[in-house]
Design a protein. Structure first.
Length: 224
């Protein structure tokens, strides 16, 4: 979906060294590495468990960050794998999808189904059909933001310092504005360390990521 290509140690020894070091600190197997050829400075992890872990980084993030900052980003992604956040996000999305279908059928029931003389059943079905999917989406987004906070904290503890990740997030926040991702599906935005797409018109309730200022403030307040 994001045009990521697998790489080996010989293809990028410096990146491989950083990931291997963080992998050792996390106590997890070395994940497979992928590169996305994009100026958008970003990274994401996938894999249902540590044995199937994958980390992908863009060429943009390697150009933008120094070694210490990149190490913070890799630790964040390793934390997602260790905490099985991809599996949790998949379950949350599935539940939200099921609830949305219930809402869909409720709307059709209100349109074509019967009701009492005052139309109370129709009104109830319409409310169910509109409100239920919205609530499911809000819960899904809230789970995603919570897991981002947890991955930030886990990364800081893993490296015994939040400074590299704090500096990286500050750079990435500005970098993605200058170079938003031009391809790929927006449905996968929650996988990235920062939202890779333009956020114009979006409100915080529907964001897959916490506000950057809050993420940085929480990291700076940590004692590791």
């Amino acid at each position: 979906m994001y045009r990521a290509k697998p790489i080996e140690e010989k293809d990028n020894p410096e990146l491989y060294k950083i990931v291997k070091e963080v992998s050792h600190l996390s106590g997890m197997p070395m994940p497979k590495l992928y590169i996305v050829n994009s100026a958008n400075p970003n990274a994401f992890a996938t894999g249902r468990n540590p044995k199937n872990g994958v980390i992908a980084v863009t060429t943009g993030i390697m150009d933008l960050l120094n070694e210490n900052e990149l190490k913070g980003v890799i630790a964040h992604e390793m934390s997602h794998i260790k905490n099985r956040d991809i599996l949790i996000a998949t379950i949350a999305a599935t539940v939200a999808g099921v609830i949305s279908y219930v809402g869909f059928f409720a709307r059709w029931g209100a349109i074509f189904g019967g009701g009492d003389r005052d139309g109370n059943n129709i009104v109830s079905l319409l409310v169910l059909g509109i409100v239920t999917p919205l609530v499911a989406l809000l819960v899904q987004m809230a789970i995603s933001r919570t897991r981002e906070y947890m991955a930030d904290a886990s990364a800081a503890k893993m490296l015994h310092s939040p400074h590299g990740l704090v500096s990286a997030l500050e750079k990435l926040h500005n970098g993605v504005k200058k170079h938003p991702l031009r391809f790929g599906n927006r449905a996968g935005a929650s996988l990235f360390i920062v939202n890779p797409f333009s956020l114009k018109g979006m409100i915080s309730l529907f964001s897959t990521h916490p506000p950057m200022d809050k993420r940085i403030a929480k990291l700076k307040s940590l004692r590791v």
